[in-house]
Design a binder for this molecule. Structure first.
Ligand SMILES: C[S@@+](CC[C@H](N)C(=O)[O-])C[C@H]1O[C@@H](n2cnc3c(N)ncnc32)[C@H](O)[C@@H]1O
Ligand SMILES: [Zn+2]
Length: 250
């Protein structure tokens, strides 16, 4: 996480400002906690990635395998025991999505040359420049990286830790990524100049949430309009996927 991102982040529980407790820093905050002095919620930062979920145990509840990995990645004893304690609180009966989320990362990487990404590049090129943009469900961050080239500041959020780890590779100083839920984004009442989302969320729910936060949907994305995307699962298997694109302005 870039130190400079702190001023944009808010508690997903009570939208208060957050304090940073860094344990290890390089050119970014590698490890530590973001904590809310109002509701006392703590958000861990592991391998440079803040996990901004309303409750860390609930994030791990269907990602126990990921929990084990995060425990190994955490070098600071306090952070390690926080992950361990959160893992103990989860209900192990739920299906673990860790492997599925890991596999999707490879599928998106295999599909970087798809027509869909060139379609998105073209669309982004035509949008007016903004001070801050947000991509919901950014996955491995390809589109967020395009947005960062044409805007002053860009953020990407996704629920998948593995996708965000991939997105964080070679990211620029005006771009940052967070594990977060699009239905409880970690930016409080902040108005972004532009929001981009192509998501698996219910199309109506996502649109109403974006409008509730005071954004205007761009005309041709007001209604679900599914854009074809050929995703390469491996060299012999492709998935013909339909993407619901939402672009909203302040
Ligand atoms: C179609 S993919 C987006 C692909 C990505 N924009 C790209 O360009 O490669 C949808 C993404 O939304 C994420 N997602 C689904 N529901 C979410 C939620 N409630 N909050 C955050 N991310 C979510 C998934 O993890 C997935 O990476
Ligand atoms: Zn709070």
């Amino acid at each position: 996480m870039h130190q400079s991102s702190l001023e944009y982040l808010r508690c997903v529980n009570c939208i208060s400002k957050l304090e940073l407790e860094p344990y290890k820093e390089s050119n970014e905050v590698d490890e530590g906690f973001l904590f809310c002095t109002n509701c006392r919620m703590r958000y861990p930062i592991i391998s440079k990635i803040p996990i901004m979920w309303p409750n860390f145990s609930s994030y791990l509840s269907n990602r126990a395998r990921l929990g084990g990995y995060l425990m190994l990645q955490s070098k600071n004893p306090g952070l390690k025991s926080f992950v361990k304690k959160s893992l103990k609180e989860i209900n192990k009966n739920t299906t673990d999505v860790t492997k599925v989320e890991e596999r999707w990362v490879q599928t998106y990487k295999n599909s970087l040359k798809s027509k869909f990404y060139s379609h998105m590049r073209e669309r982004i090129r035509k949008l007016p420049r903004c001070d801050a943009v947000l991509e919901h469900g950014c996955s491995i961050g390809y589109i967020a990286k395009e947005l960062a080239k044409r805007n002053d500041l860009a953020f990407g959020i996704d629920q998948s830790f593995y996708a965000i780890s991939e997105a964080k590779k070679n990211n620029s100083r005006n771009l940052d990524f967070f594990v977060a839920n699009s239905l409880a984004p970690p930016f409080g009442k902040r108005k972004f100049g532009l929001i981009v989302a192509q998501n698996k969320l219910d199309p109506k729910l996502l649109r109403s949430e974006i409008e509730r936060c005071g954004f205007k949907l761009i005309n041709d994305t007001k209604k679900p309009r599914f854009i074809p995307w050929k995703l390469n699962i491996n060299s012999r298997l492709s998935l013909h996927y339909k993407v619901d694109l939402v672009i909203a302005r302040n």
